[in-house]
Write a protein that binds this ligand. Structure first.
Ligand code: BTN
Length: 255
């Protein structure tokens, strides 16, 4: 994929400092981190296939050639690490907006950062923060299924754009999501999560639902009240409201 094939508006183009494409890498996350982060703007690393793709919680991310978008965006943030908690939520909002632009009406975000369509996973986001030179470099990976093989070995319900009736090439898909994402990262760095809250509520698939929270092996039921300003999940339990943070809990919608 060549950079000149991307169709980006000026706001995204101005944020794009580096664009790299490779036919196959281990993981775009690891490939990206073998290079210095740009002083300003974002570096975008795209691969057609990954042989060691990584998901959250140490899971493998199945990455067959040409079947999905495998992307890592590297960007420095002036905000202290403690304020970057909701970054992955803002990324989810930006990707969902981009997907709507190419006709995927029914996309939603499942906290903290899964892209879902009608109860099936379409994509996932993996944000890794690295302290660098007194600031923070965010290594933001995402995978979006486009035209996966029928026999993909994925251990949960999944879908892709073709199965959802959206037919587009990889360049169109990448352009659509970067057009939203690159300016969104700049907005987040300046203003935090507040400008994304309304859209988060629009895409939030858990809001108002009864969920099962698994925390340290114990299960608790509760109703999702939304997200906190630091990106936590607000859940009303019988004992009162609690804020859960990603990495600490897993969340399932109760049947
Ligand atoms: C998840 O839902 O578990 C997050 C999945 C993130 C996958 C993407 S694909 C591009 C980038 N490179 C990786 O190895 N992982 C992320």
């Amino acid at each position: 994929m060549l950079e000149h094939l991307l169709r980006l508006h000026d706001a995204a183009r101005q944020e794009l400092a580096v664009f790299q494409f490779a036919e196959e890498v281990d993981s775009t996350q690891d490939w990206a981190q073998r290079h210095p982060a740009p002083a300003r703007g974002a570096a975008v690393y795209v691969a057609n296939a990954q042989h060691a793709g990584r998901g959250r919680r140490g899971r493998a991310w199945i990455s067959p050639a040409g079947a999905a978008l495998y992307v890592t965006v590297v960007r420095r943030f002036a905000r202290p690490p403690a304020q970057l908690g909701p970054l992955s939520l803002a990324v989810g909002v930006a990707l969902a907006r981009g997907l709507q632009e190419i006709g995927l009406r029914s996309v939603g975000v499942k906290w903290p950062n899964d892209l879902w369509v009608c109860g099936k996973k379409l994509g996932g986001i993996l944000v890794e923060l690295r302290p660098r030179d007194g600031g923070v470099v965010a290594v933001i990976g995402f995978g979006i299924n486009r035209a996966m093989p029928d026999d993909a070995q994925i251990d949960q319900a999944w879908t892709d754009l073709v199965r959802e009736g959206v037919f587009c090439d990889a360049e169109t898909l990448l352009s659509a999501v970067l057009d939203d994402l690159l300016p969104a990262l700049a907005v987040f760095d300046l203003e935090g999560f507040a400008p994304f809250e309304a859209d988060w509520q629009r895409f939030d698939l858990l809001l108002g639902h009864t969920v099962r929270i698994v925390l340290d092996g114990a299960e608790q039921m509760g109703e999702v009240m939304g997200v906190s300003s630091d990106g936590g999940l607000r859940v009303r339990h019988a004992q009162g409201e609690r804020i859960h943070h990603s990495g600490e809990v897993s969340v399932r919608v109760a049947a």
